[in-house]
Write a protein that binds this ligand. Structure first.
Ligand code: NI
Length: 258
């Protein structure tokens, strides 16, 4: 079985054929799927899907670029209400994005929302799923102080193996997605070989970042098998053996029954 630990199935891209997408996931043994919100509204949409499909679990959070202009206290209150649900197993997608935003004031606001949501995760006893784009040093600095006891996943990890070692000293997991299958993805391939097996997760980030041979197309949970196969190849491992280990990791981390 496979646990797709990061995707966004409420996206418009799935509005016409989600049932078929879910059926194809089943055919590839993708039996658990974590759908993460990036705004309050999308977090509600994620939870709605989790109530519709047994395989889907939900996470809610405010994405760094979506936090501007929001009232912090009100947002945290809505988020807390929303996250208080049996099908919610994580807080996210949260983090820092220095790629899309460079303005100092915007970055300060991102950081404030990031830290406050990390504190909320601690209060609610939830792990977090983290987006770090061109911001890994800052994410590291903040997690050193605020990483929740339940841990954090660095989603679609794309930084160096050295940086990974620093994160592994904390309760932090490394999740790899489609880019590990790209021919020119030297660093993710190196990370895939080096990450301790009990700290490794896989994901699609659907509808984004489709693995080879679907690169550039809409991504969907069934494609996560391509990522699994590539990592098995890179580590010279049996695919089923790796599949079992990763599934076990994810279920343990999120506290869901196998
Ligand atoms: Ni995402």
């Amino acid at each position: 079985m496979i646990f797709d630990t990061h995707c966004h199935l409420f996206d418009e891209a799935f509005k016409d054929d989600l049932d078929e997408v879910m059926n194809r996931a089943k055919e590839e043994n993708v039996s658990k799927i974590l759908v993460l919100g990036d705004t309050i509204e999308n977090s509600k949409a994620a939870l709605k899907l989790a109530n519709q499909y047994e395989e889907i679990y939900a996470a809610g959070g405010i994405f760094p670029c979506s936090c501007h202009g929001l009232n912090l206290d009100e947002s945290l209150k809505s988020l807390e209400t929303l996250l208080n649900n049996d099908k919610v197993i994580c807080l996210g997608e949260i983090g820092l994005d220095h790629y899309w935003e460079k303005d100092k004031q915007l970055l300060e606001e991102q950081e404030l929302f990031f830290i406050e949501q990390l504190k909320l995760a601690e209060k609610l006893n939830l792990p977090v799923s983290i987006h770090a784009r061109d911001s890994i040093e800052d994410v590291y600095r903040i997690l050193k102080e605020y990483c929740p006891s339940k841990g954090a996943i660095l989603h679609c990890y794309s930084s160096s193996p050295e940086m990974m070692k620093s994160f592994l000293k904390m309760n932090i997991m490394i999740s790899l997605g489609g880019p590990v299958t790209f021919k020119n993805a030297k660093t993710p391939k190196e990370v895939a070989k080096l990450v301790p097996l009990d700290r490794l997760f896989i994901e699609t980030d659907a509808p984004y970042l489709a693995p080879m041979p679907y690169r550039g197309k809409r991504n969907e949970p069934s494609f996560v098998r391509k990522t699994l196969q590539e990592i098995a190849y890179l580590r010279n491992m049996n695919e089923t053996e790796l599949e079992d280990i990763l599934y076990e990791n994810s279920c343990r981390f999120f506290g869901v029954k196998k």
